[in-house]
Design a binder for this molecule. Structure first.
Ligand code: DC
Length: 223
């Protein structure tokens, strides 16, 4: 199977790029952040007040996580509950970042991601795809962009659905990036063999065109 890894901080355009490349290549696309978000939704649903290693390990033990594609939309189903509609809520963004520090959570979703990559020509996007999940991916991209631009992108995405200010989004983004980059397990960083793309001044099409050039260079499959 042909596997493409895309990593990068919040708002760097990973999902939009991954979707675009998946359409162009006819590949599957997996939003791995949605798995952490799904676990966060379940924790919220269970109303767990104290989040620590012990309570997280206990809950992770009882989780069955499934990914389903319905009309080409990725659904995250945990213990038979479909949390897809709640995944993008702002409190879930923060909670998913927090719980993604725990080894038990990461171990739980690691196998799911590797299975998916084994079974599909696909693009996985997240924080540790090139470094931990798929160290042998065929191509690895690491996206970066100016933090104000990234916050603006997030703001424009959320403005129609949530009552949240640009400043709040900017501060959340900085905190999440810092936490993701400085955690002990699988911190966000470029893999040694990843192609780093700064898309601050690029449209998503320009970014996708550039990635396609790299993919076409080393692709062992036919269109
Ligand atoms: O990509 P996202 O914002 O939907 O991800 C939500 C959180 O999940 C993010 O703050 C960090 C975590 N995450 C991770 O630790 N590793 C990944 N591969 C994907 C996401």
């Amino acid at each position: 199977m042909y596997n493409i890894a895309i990593d990068g901080p919040v708002g760097s355009g990973k999902s939009t790029l991954a979707k675009m490349l998946a359409t162009r290549l006819g590949f599957r696309f997996l939003d791995t952040g949605a798995l952490y978000r799904g676990v966060a939704c379940y924790i919220k649903y269970k109303n767990i007040d104290k989040i620590d290693e012990q309570s997280i390990n206990k809950i992770v033990n009882e989780l069955t996580i499934k990914i389903k594609f319905i009309n080409n939309i990725q659904h995250v189903i945990i213990n038979n509950l479909d949390f897809t509609a709640q995944l993008r809520e702002e409190d879930i963004s923060m909670l998913s970042s927090q719980i993604s520090n725990y080894k038990s959570v990461r171990d739980k979703v690691l196998l799911l991601q590797r299975e998916f990559a084994k079974e599909n020509n696909c693009i996985l996007e997240g924080r540790d795809i090139g470094t931990v999940i798929l160290p042998n991916a065929d191509v690895k991209f690491y996206l970066i962009a100016d933090e104000k631009i990234r916050a603006t992108r997030r703001y424009l995405q959320s403005v129609s659905s949530e009552n949240i200010s640009y400043e709040e989004i900017f501060n959340d983004l900085k905190k999440r990036d810092f936490d993701n980059m400085h955690r002990e397990i699988a911190p966000l960083k470029p893999a040694k063999d990843s192609i780093i793309i700064d898309n601050t001044n690029m449209t998503i099409e320009e970014c996708a065109n550039l990635c396609m050039k790299y993919i076409n260079k080393n692709k062992p499959f036919k269109d």
